[in-house]
Ligand binder design. Structure first.
Ligand SMILES: Nc1ncnc2c1ncn2[C@@H]1O[C@H](COP(=O)(O)OP(=O)(O)O)[C@@H](O)[C@H]1O
Ligand SMILES: [Mg+2]
Length: 232
């Protein structure tokens, strides 16, 4: 399989007053095109830092991140923003939907920003909401939806631009066990049907095990990579 994303000896620290807090202390692995990878570790192990770097939301102190052939350290801010817009979809723990917009308008928004005409953007947003099982909820605002439904809207929004990779930071972290499992199964279905690459960060072993491969993170280092865990 081809490699879609490379993480090479990545280090990242945060400055807290006069101290440097190490978050990643030299992390290397590849993400293969089309795989469903989970990054698993306890709180504080560096998962969010790693995912943000992989998505070009921040830059490493040392090491390299190569996304679909582009070394993100060599891109200026505009080129990096373009890469994020075109190739990457993000899903977060707290959904980050705009409260005043309907589900349909939330999903449509990335296309509006990209200048897609409204007739087409609405059509695509409707199609995407149907794909995540929300055809009956298109005109609801986030406050009128359950947590699981809000995350489905966020997933539809992440996928609307047809990104090559979807990055999820604890996408089930704010949901009950059953709903969280449904959301991870939805992401797996989309991964299989649309052949998009998925990387999901979680501290929940049950969610991590839904993946094809698990990267175990501990104290900013890789503690092991588990291939095709149980049931796969
Ligand atoms: N903005 C920040 N400023 C200072 N320290 C941070 C910041 N973000 C994360 N950290 C620290 O970096 C380490 C890794 O954090 P994080 O990547 O959020 O881990 P996780 O997502 O696994 O909980 C932790 O020790 C955390 O306190
Ligand atoms: Mg985190």
């Amino acid at each position: 399989m081809a490699t879609f994303l490379e993480v090479r000896d990545v280090k990242k620290s945060y400055r807290m007053g006069k101290f440097l807090v190490p978050a990643l202390r030299g992390v290397s692995f590849d993400v293969e095109t089309g795989e469903f990878l989970s990054i698993f570790g306890p709180s504080g192990s560096g998962k969010s830092t790693l995912l943000h770097l992989m998505g070009g939301l921040d830059r490493p102190d040392e090491g390299e991140i190569i996304v679909d052939g582009s070394n993100i350290l060599k891109l200026n801010d505009d080129k990096l923003a373009e890469l994020r817009l075109i190739k990457i979809g993000f899903v977060f723990q707290f959904f980050n939907l705009l409260p005043r917009l309907t589900a349909l308008r939330n999903v449509e928004l990335p296309l509006t920003i990209a200048g897609v005409p409204e007739k087409e953007s609405l059509k695509r947003a409707e199609k995407m909401l149907r794909l995540v099982g929300l055809e009956d909820r298109m005109n609801h605002r986030p406050s009128e939806l359950s947590g699981g439904e809000q995350q489905r809207v966020a997933i539809a929004r992440a996928l609307i631009s047809n990104p090559k990779i979807v990055l999820g930071d604890e996408p089930t972290g704010n949901l009950d066990t059953k709903t969280g499992w449904e959301i991870v199964q939805l992401m797996k279905k989309l991964n299989e049907e649309k052949k998009q690459t998925f990387v999901v960060v979680t501290h929940d072993p049950h969610i991590a095990e839904a993946a094809n491969r698990i990267v175990h993170l501990k104290d900013g280092l890789i503690a092991g990579i588990e291939e095709a865990p149980k049931g796969r």
